[in-house]
Write a protein that binds this ligand. Structure first.
Ligand code: T4K
Length: 372
């Protein structure tokens, strides 16, 4: 029995001394928010690191999603995936938009492009796919459909920090991409998020939207929101960025060891990548098949008894929550692959400081289950 709890994730925290230097700076200049110097530095540093042209920082990923939809004036119906964190669909409801759920691809667990067209109606204005677990969607197929039907594409890229697909950063696809920098993410600013914008004009518009719609001291031309990231959060992001490559390498080690140790465990499947050139190892989902002696929920409980807190991301499906379950597209007959995945998936702990010993312990518990 493992004594200390092992959580699905633990944020990487650089030394307090390193962060203190930035805090002293904030104390000195007394700029706490509203686009201060660390905010500006972080935007610049992230553009360089991620290989994108323009970025607008936010106080969290959900407000960024809501604002992205506002920026493109999306209305009517938006096609999206039920297999995600609930914020994806909530951002649509907060804009008075009806989500239309489409099933996912069994290999990648991302929105299945071959099922999108059948869900398009005269009210459809956009597609909101999710790069689930940081695995890129089929961005070319999605764009081709969007072009044909004149739809916008807003990627919920909350999991996709630092991921490259076949042609560079996956964040450059679609009209806008939205990141989350929540504490549980690969790169975090405690709470935070961002919108990747294709051009300076769009960023300018989004910067106004996240600042109440202010144009200047006396002019407000749009009904904006307060989506600004504070200086403390931005400073923490800069500190994180100093260590991001080491953190991603450490995650890669965890991913590789799991795959090696789990390969002979009957009934457990590891999700493969989706062809990304650079992965971020943000989650480690396994699928519990019928040939494994325990159900997914039994394995989840068994791990818990050993103080190992795996998570069922994403169960229940978004379409099963009360505010969505009566939509036509929420019928489980429409979402067979997603329904099946949500019953099988278990995300194992993955974070930079997870030791080889702990990984072996986790796999031993799973392996014991196989022999029980
Ligand atoms: N779109 C997608 C696809 C998303 O996955 C998310 C967020 C969003 C949009 C929205 O972005 P934000 O508005 O959040 O920026 C977590 C996160 O709260 C959520 O951000 C994330 N997705 C989701 C997938 O996971 P919970 O309910 O699982 O969090 P919680 O508090 O149970 O944390 C999980 C484990 O992490 C804990 O057992 C221990 C560890 N932990 C957590 C926190 C908060 C820490 O060690 N330290 C911490 O500070 O939702």
């Amino acid at each position: 029995m493992s004594v200390k709890p092992i959580y699905v994730t633990q944020p990487f925290l650089p030394s307090l001394d390193e962060f203190s230097v930035y805090l002293e700076q904030i104390w000195k200049n007394k700029t706490l928010t509203n686009g201060g110097p660390f905010h500006q530095q972080l935007e610049k540093a992230l553009c360089e690191y991620l290989g994108v042209n323009h970025i607008a920082l936010f106080n969290n990923g959900t407000i960024a999603l809501i604002t992205a939809l506002q920026a493109l004036k999306i209305k009517g119906q938006v096609i999206t995936t039920p297999y995600s964190f609930v914020a994806t669909a909530h951002s649509l409801l907060w804009n008075g938009i009806e989500p239309v759920f489409v099933d996912i691809d069994p290999k990648t667990l991302n929105l299945d492009p071959s099922k999108i067209e059948a869900a398009i109606t005269p009210k459809t204005t956009a597609i909101m796919p999710v790069h689930c677990y940081g695995h890129p969607c089929d961005v070319d197929a999605i764009q081709e459909i969007a072009n044909r039907y004149n739809l916008k594409v807003i990627y919920d890229a909350a999991h996709a920090f630092g991921v490259d697909c076949h042609c560079g950063s996956v964040l450059n696809h679609g009209d806008l991409s939205v990141l989350s920098f929540h504490a549980t993410k690969v790169f975090n600013t405690f709470e935070g998020g961002a919108i990747i914008c294709p051009d300076a004009q769009t960023k300018h518009h989004i910067d106004q939207l996240k600042n109440f719609g202010f144009v200047d001291e006396v002019t407000v031309n749009i009904a904006g929101i307060n989506g600004k990231m504070s200086e403390v959060n931005a400073a923490f992001g800069l500190v994180q960025l100093n260590h991001i490559d080491a953190a991603l390498d450490a995650r890669k080690r965890v991913d590789a060891l799991y795959r090696c140790l789990l390969k002979d465990v009957n009934g457990i499947r590891c999700l493969e990548d989706a062809g990304e050139r650079v992965a971020n190892y943000s989650y480690f989902p396994i699928l519990v098949d019928e040939s494994y002696p325990l159900t997914r929920d039994e394995l989840y409980q068994k791990l818990k008894e050993h103080n190992i807190f795996a998570r069922r991301y994403f169960y229940p499906l978004i379409s099963e929550f009360p505010m969505y379950k009566n939509l036509d597209s929420s019928a489980s007959s429409n979402l067979l692959v997603a329904t099946d995945a949500s019953k099988r998936v278990l995300c194992l702990p993955i974070f930079p400081e997870l030791s080889d010993g702990d990984i072996k312990k986790i796999v031993d518990v799973i392996d014991e289950g196989e022999k029980s």
